[in-house]
Design a binder for this molecule. Structure first.
Ligand code: ADE
Ligand code: ZN
Length: 344
């Protein structure tokens, strides 16, 4: 079996993928046409997903979010990304979404959430893929706006919505800015995670763990600048949800061979791999594994471990996780035998 086919078939848990960053360019074109709008920012379909840095990326991301307006748009976006995920071996996903981008465009929270939930339920019925949602705070906005979003999440609580996250540009927007929302989410029984050390000093990881009560860290690359924090995270088994392709693009000069993930693995940190905003960075849920194998020295053993790390760090119950570890472990071993047996 070819390596790419092997990596596509490996069963996966996805913990770092954004709904709005998963909308294919062709779908954006259709949404724009449906709503009688030009493509965001006067772009064409050829250069829609092209940006030099995180801030320009976030502008496009927000504009794409602004084209999702009714129940069907949200249903479609959720269903399509889960369809692609399933084709790349994802069986369970905890997916970020950005309610504040939709609320800012005048879409009621409940319209968006109900469309997503319907798409998720249909995807599970049709394809057997399970998905849960994490509502992300846009950290560039004021703390009061994050709290207002959380009010909506809690007022229109849906069983699929299980966590609170934090994203958008980290530099200048440290995690403590939104500590009140995280404290309230904890009291309301939501899980918590945050984008951290994507583009800011190591102490942000400490703040996320100790002040925000995060159960895992999204990205986390600059943790490597603090040896004692690295030792703490390794010792406590903190899971880092890493995205090689998107972050190489906007932060690390497209230098995959020198991406910090390689050192994180060497330092004994627990990582999993995911695709962040797949079409927006020209990737997909198995390509980020392929990149890690090709450029970061991961072999089948590390791929297996990465999948097991994602199972450990997801928010399913312990019985389900035990079953997944056992059954998927056997499946992965059988696939690896086929990989080893193939010529070359
Ligand atoms: N929103 C979507 N993708 C993101 C990323 N990589 N960093 C911050 N915010 C995001
Ligand atoms: Zn992300």
């Amino acid at each position: 079996m070819e390596l790419s086919e092997y990596l596509r078939r490996i069963p996966k848990v996805s913990l770092h993928c954004h709904l709005e960053g998963s909308v294919q360019a062709a779908t954006v074109v259709e949404l724009a046409r449906k709503h009688g709008e030009a493509l965001p920012g006067g772009r064409t379909v050829e250069n829609l997903y092209d940006y030099p840095d995180i801030l320009e990326f976030l502008k496009v991301y927000t504009m794409v979010a602004g084209l999702m307006r009714d129940h069907d748009d949200f249903h479609r976006a959720a269903y399509e990304t889960l369809q692609e995920a399933r084709e790349h071996g994802v069986r369970y996903r905890e997916m970020f979404w950005s309610p504040m981008a939709h609320m800012g465009a005048g879409v009621p929270y409940a319209t968006a959430a109900d469309g997503l939930v319907a798409g998720i339920r249909d995807a599970e019925t049709d394809m057997g893929i399970q998905c849960r949602l994490i509502a992300d705070i846009d950290r560039m906005q004021e703390p009061e706006a994050g709290l207002e979003m959380l009010d909506q999440v809690l007022e229109h609580r849906r069983p699929e919505l299980i966590g609170l996250g934090l994203d958008y540009a980290e530099a200048g927007n440290p995690p403590e800015k939104h500590w009140k929302a995280f404290a309230r989410a904890a009291r309301a029984g939501l899980h918590r995670t945050a984008h951290s050390c994507e583009d800011a000093p190591a102490r942000n990881v400490e703040t996320c763990l100790d002040l925000l009560g995060c159960e895992r860290i999204d990205h986390g690359y600059h943790v490597l600048e603090d040896d004692s924090l690295v030792r703490r995270c390794a010792g406590e088994g903190v899971l880092f949800t890493c995205a090689p392709v998107s972050t190489a693009w906007v932060y690390f000069g497209n230098d995959l061979a020198n991406h910090p993930i390689k050192t994180m693995v060497k330092e004994g940190l627990k990582i999993m791999l995911d695709c962040d905003d797949p079409p927006m960075f020209g990737t997909n849920p198995s390509n980020d594994y392929a990149v890690a194998v090709e450029h970061m020295g991961l072999g089948p053993e590390e791929v297996r471990e990465t999948v097991m790390n994602a199972i450990d760090g997801c928010w399913l119950d312990d019985t389900s996780k035990r079953r997944m570890r056992r059954d998927w472990g056997r499946e992965i071993d059988a696939l690896t035998v086929q990989l080893d047996a193939s010529p070359g």
